[in-house]
Ligand binder design. Structure first.
Ligand code: HEC
Ligand code: HEC
Length: 192
């Protein structure tokens, strides 16, 4: 319920005149991102994540973390440094309004089934609806190679763990062993 209200508010905010006025600028700024993240944020993959439909708060946090080196990156630090915090916010709303278009990825049905059951027990609480775009980012339909990088960044302490996520990830690896993370990633990659 709380989340539904929040999403309604966000949708409303995105249509506000201030956001509209920012529209053309934000869109122009976002052209720079198209080469890697696809026009309108649906990436043709596989190592640049899709950012269409991304929660604006998660978007802003990600960009500021890249800027301030709180999150490791191959390329995004240099890019994020080129924008003011205000421009980053405007781009956040722009991408939030774009529909996420997912490309099919090849997955193994057995791993997908295992991943789904692990997700439901360990991850769904924060990554709702199988990991659809929300206030814990986007997992469903995200490129699998990107998710592999993201998971290894967390596990190697190259990226700050979201509060309470570390415990769940370590629990799932303990319970299911080495297959756990690949199975979860296959489950996310299987969704469209
Ligand atoms: C040259 C390719 C390239 C360009 C151009 C680029 N990105 Fe990225 N982006 C990446 C890659 C690769 C990653 C994964 C992190 C890394 O390795 O830098 C990423 C990650 C991100 C993420 C994190 C997504 C998540 O799910 O957490 C955001 C947000 C993002 N980029 C926004 C942008 C914006 C906004 C622009 C344009 C101003 C942009 N990027 C331009 C390649 C690019
Ligand atoms: C207590 C809440 C919580 C739990 C439980 C949780 N996560 Fe997360 N997760 C988050 C939040 C919040 C983010 C947002 C990104 C950030 O701040 O780094 C995130 C981000 C991620 C990302 C990075 C997405 C990106 O775009 O880069 C991956 C991958 C991920 N989680 C996987 C998992 C998996 C797999 C599980 C279950 C084993 C899990 N999470 C459990 C809260 C959680």
């Amino acid at each position: 319920m709380k989340k539904t209200v929040r999403h309604l508010l966000l949708a409303l905010l995105a249509t506000f005149p201030t956001a509209q006025a920012a529209g053309p600028t934000a869109q122009a700024l976002a052209f720079t991102c198209a080469g890697c993240h696809g026009t309108d944020g649906s990436s043709v993959g596989p190592s640049s994540p899709s950012i269409a439909g991304m929660d604006p708060d998660v978007f802003v946090d990600a960009m500021l973390d890249y800027k301030n080196e709180r999150r490791s990156s191959t390329i995004m630090k240099r890019i994020a440094l080129g924008y003011t915090d205000e421009q980053i916010r405007e781009m956040g709303f722009f991408f939030y309004r774009q529909p996420l278009r997912v490309k099919p990825q090849q997955t193994d049905p057995e791993m997908v089934a295992l991943g789904k059951s692990l997700h439901d027990s360990y991850c769904e609480k924060c990554h709702e609806e199988g990991g659809r775009p929300g206030d814990a980012g986007t997992l469903a339909g995200q490129w699998m190679p990107y998710l592999e990088h993201a998971m290894s960044d967390y596990l190697n302490d190259q990226r700050r763990w979201p509060r309470k996520m570390e415990r769940k990830v370590k629990e799932v690896v303990k319970a299911e062993g080495e297959r756990a993370i690949p199975a979860l990633i296959q489950y996310y990659g299987s969704q469209n």
